[in-house]
Design a protein around this ligand. Structure first.
Ligand SMILES: [Zn+2]
Length: 320
């Protein structure tokens, strides 16, 4: 528990549902985390068990921080139905399809609850309190185990047909590229996510390259930073693919800003120069020089802060 608040201060509750853990927190109007706790998801124990633990943790976080919850926002690994509050068929949450954390928490706490998938929660968090503050048109791209993103247009979260969440990680960059689990070839995600970067390096570096078979994207970046020419070449390649995807988003949406987050962006110093160069050379038909490309600002608590932003975006229209 950290921070302090006047007794009775009214804040937003936040729940970040992931495949391995669920974090809960109390977030104030400045996006500060006043208290937090987490529990293993243990999806196999069932939805009711997990929601019972989440409710108990929210209660104790609230009590310890001396605050009241005016609403609860949820970010959940997707797909989810943000309007009905139901969880879809989520690989990491077996048996939870159709379960409704919005209704469950609303009933327990007697407040309004809103849920979005975690990529949309991330863009709302950056919009409200992070690197996207003050933007009307903002795209947040998360590059980690996969590539996902959320899109804000005219200050509102963009939803597709039937409320669908666009999957920018599955836009095709190179249709002669590797087969993606979605069925297409050369999706952005199979070319430039962390595992994709590592897989290409493991398959293409010389067989005598040190620890070739266990290389991760992070290890590759560390070697590139130390001047290893082969690692640098792999990083350049990944940066080019990241850049092509970002350039495509700029050509399609010409947003005010694109904010990049996720574990691969821990090495933003290596990737950003290549990304910017690709954007400059590819985006000649739009004013790409006006589009800010920034690294996300909310850090390790971004998922919780984003979850709180989900509630504020839905129920207060309070964007800035
Ligand atoms: Zn795909």
């Amino acid at each position: 528990m950290s921070g302090s608040a006047a007794p009775g201060k009214v804040v937003t509750g936040a729940v970040d549902i992931g495949g391995t853990k669920i974090a809960v927190g109390a977030i104030d109007a400045s996006g500060r985390v006043l208290g937090r706790a987490e529990t293993p998801t243990a999806a196999e124990e069932g939805f009711d068990s997990a929601m019972g633990r989440v409710g108990d943790l929210l209660d104790s976080v609230r009590a310890n921080a001396g605050v009241e919850l005016r609403g609860i926002g949820i970010g959940c690994t997707g797909p989810v139905d943000p309007l009905s509050g139901e969880i879809g068929q989520v690989e990491f949450l077996p048996g939870w399809q159709g379960a409704n954390p919005v209704a469950t928490l609303a009933s327990r706490f007697g407040v309004e609850v809103a849920m979005e998938n975690d990529a949309d929660a991330a863009v709302l968090g950056e919009l409200q309190w992070g690197a996207g503050r003050g933007r009307r048109n903002l795209i947040c791209v998360t590059i980690g185990t996969g590539i996902g993103g959320g899109i804000v247009l005219n200050g509102a979260l963009y939803r597709g047909v039937g409320g669908a969440h666009p999957e920018i990680g599955h836009h095709v960059i190179d249709d002669s590229g590797p087969l993606c689990y979605c069925g297409a070839r050369g999706c952005w995600e199979v070319l430039a996510s962390g595992p994709a970067i590592a897989a290409h390096a493991r398959a293409n570096l010389p067989t005598d390259y040190p620890q070739r078979d266990t290389l991760t994207a992070a290890a590759l970046c560390a070697r590139a930073r130390r001047g290893d020419a082969q690692a640098r070449s792999e990083v350049e390649r990944a940066g080019r693919y990241l850049g092509i995807g970002i350039a495509n988003l700029i050509s399609l949406y010409t947003p005010d800003a694109i904010v990049l987050s996720g574990s691969v962006m821990d090495s933003a110093d290596l990737f950003m120069p290549v990304i910017r160069a690709v954007v400059r050379s590819n985006c000649t038909q739009v004013p790409a020089n006006l589009v800010e490309i920034d690294v996300a600002a909310l850090g390790s608590e971004a998922p919780l802060i984003g979850a709180a932003a989900v509630w504020r975006h839905r129920y207060t229209g309070d964007l800035q």
